[in-house]
Write a protein that binds this ligand. Structure first.
Ligand SMILES: *[C@@H]1O[C@H](CO)[C@@H](O)[C@H](O)[C@H]1NC(C)=O
Length: 118
């Protein structure tokens, strides 16, 4: 026969639960900066050039790299724009200012196969 919890024990359980909810892993709130589907290829090419000339490792989008396929401007730009965003403080500026009219934030991990988005 199960005993019902005392009011004090119930209160402790509720307090502990709310503390745990407030300490859920930050990973669940992570965001990635990726290309918008409506972005113009010309702008995406500018984004690729911007990232590659501002310290981002662009080898993953080369033919030998894990993110070369699909071989499309939008896919290559997404990978590099996100790398730039992740390595520049994850600020709105690092996503939207340098990649105008072509970037969006998503809370869904865009990684696929061996192409791991940071
Ligand atoms: C990748 O796409 C570019 C642009 O469409 C094309 O010029 C190039 O030949 C492609 N490379 C491969 C290996 O498919």
């Amino acid at each position: 026969m199960a005993k019902s919890m005392s009011p004090l024990l119930s209160l402790i359980v509720i307090l502990l639960s709310s503390i745990m909810i407030n300490h859920l892993p930050v990973a669940s709130l992570k965001q990635w900066c990726v290309s918008m589907q409506t972005a113009k290829d010309e702008q995406l090419e500018d984004n690729i050039n911007f990232a590659c000339s501002n310290g981002i490792d662009c080898r993953p989008i080369l033919p030998s790299g894990a993110c070369f396929k699909p071989n499309t401007t939008i896919s290559h730009a997404s990978y590099l724009m996100n790398d730039y965003y992740q390595s520049h403080g994850r600020t709105n500026e690092a996503c939207f200012f340098f990649f105008p009219n072509s970037a969006m934030l998503t809370s869904r991990d865009p990684s696929y196969n061996q192409c791991i988005y940071k």
